[in-house]
Design a protein around this ligand. Structure first.
Ligand code: PLP
Length: 352
């Protein structure tokens, strides 16, 4: 049972269908999927090229854990141009074997999108003369599988924290990896060795979740569009970092990536209030329907304060570089009635 099981296999087949992937694997968490992928692909002296920022535990895994085993990394900011990515890949190549190009898009909490097509073109050009091409892996937790399908834009592997939208009920922890059979086979043998497969009961719960995946994500996406429109026009709001507003906010380069890569704007976004920590805390304390908690992609709306919660251990200079300010509230919209959510945000904003 450490290798496989009927529930897990059905789950993997159905996950693969969503992104038309050749093969898929289920894991005990998003992080165990990511860790198993790295263990399978890297060896001492290799370099990992990655977009930044990444989910904090992924950054820790690359920099601190793999760093202890002599694995190097070079990062580039999500949103980088083809030219900038070319330069980073040249630098990485000069250091020795490039094991993997690892992306996360949109980045958390900035929502910056990575140009996967540009990364794939850059990788293909940089490694045209070499026998081995580093695979491109991307964490698609925030938009997948409904709103972004990166295998169609040149990625070889897609990673999921199934704990979020795919699970959707905040009652399980699991991870997924989808992609080309050749790469998945390498990771499967590592999973067999270290036992990071999901358990049969969680796999069964995920099969239940997948029945409503499209319904839940569609409703959450529609709700987010209405809530964001309300918030963007509110006097106490400085800015709403929502992918649906890239065009009107005049960010031509990000809007271009959005048009080419995304099928929807998602339901997780950044709300910048006028003020600072005091205003953010007052707002969060006053919410009645939205719950104060981290995580995202569940049926219930969640709100959190990254500077004081998920990113509290991040050093101040890095926080400001990432735009993690005291007036930032992260929101993940669920499947409630949109007008109820708007009324809740309205009354909470009135208290600050
Ligand atoms: N990737 C992203 C983008 C995440 O937001 C998270 C969790 O918050 C993970 C990976 C890790 O997933 P898990 O909590 O299932 O290990």
């Amino acid at each position: 049972s450490r290798f496989n099981g009927p529930n897990q296999e059905i789950l993997e087949d159905r996950l693969g269908v969503w992104e038309e992937a050749e093969d898929a694997l289920a894991f005990s968490s998003g992080m165990s999927a990511i860790a198993t992928l790295f263990l399978a692909m890297v060896k001492p002296g290799d370099t990992i090229v990655h977009s930044g920022p990444l989910y904090a535990a992924t950054e820790t895994l690359i920099a601190r854990v793999l760093g202890k085993f002599g694995v190097n990394y070079i990062d580039f900011p999500a949103g980088a141009s083809r030219e900038a990515i070319d330069k980073v890949l040249d630098r990485a190549k000069a250091q020795g074997r490039v094991a993997m190009i690892y992306l996360e898009s949109p980045a958390n909490p900035t929502n910056a999108l990575v140009d996967v097509e540009a990364v794939a073109a850059s990788r293909d050009a940089a490694f045209a003369d070499t026998e081995e091409k580093p695979p491109i892996a991307i964490d698609n937790t925030f938009l997948g599988p409904l709103w972004q399908q990166p295998l169609k834009h040149g990625a070889d592997l897609v990673i999921y924290s199934l704990t979020k939208y795919a699970g959707g009920h905040s009652d399980l922890v699991a991870g997924g990896l989808l992609g080309t059979k050749a790469h998945i086979d390498i990771v499967r043998s590592m999973r067999n060795t270290i036992g990071t497969i999901t358990d049969p009961n969680t796999a069964w719960m995920l099969l239940r979740s997948l029945e409503t995946l499209e319904l839940r994500m569609s409703r959450a996406g529609e709700n987010a569009a209405k809530v964001c429109r309300f918030l963007a026009d509110h006097a106490k709001v400085e800015r709403v970092g929502y992918l649906g507003f890239l065009e009107e906010q005049g960010d031509a380069q990000q809007a271009d990536i959005y048009r080419r890569h995304c099928l929807g704007a998602g339901s997780t976004f950044s709300l910048y209030l006028k003020g600072g920590e005091r205003e953010s805390f007052a707002f969060l304390d006053a919410l009645r329907i939205a719950k104060l908690a981290v995580s995202l992609g569940g049926t219930e709306t969640l709100a959190s304060h990254p500077a004081g919660m998920t990113h509290i251990s991040v050093a101040e200079p890095r926080k400001s570089q990432l735009g993690i300010t005291d007036n930032l509230v992260r929101i993940s919209i669920g499947v409630e009635d949109a007008d109820d959510l708007i009324a809740d945000f309205d009354q909470a904003l009135a208290t600050i």
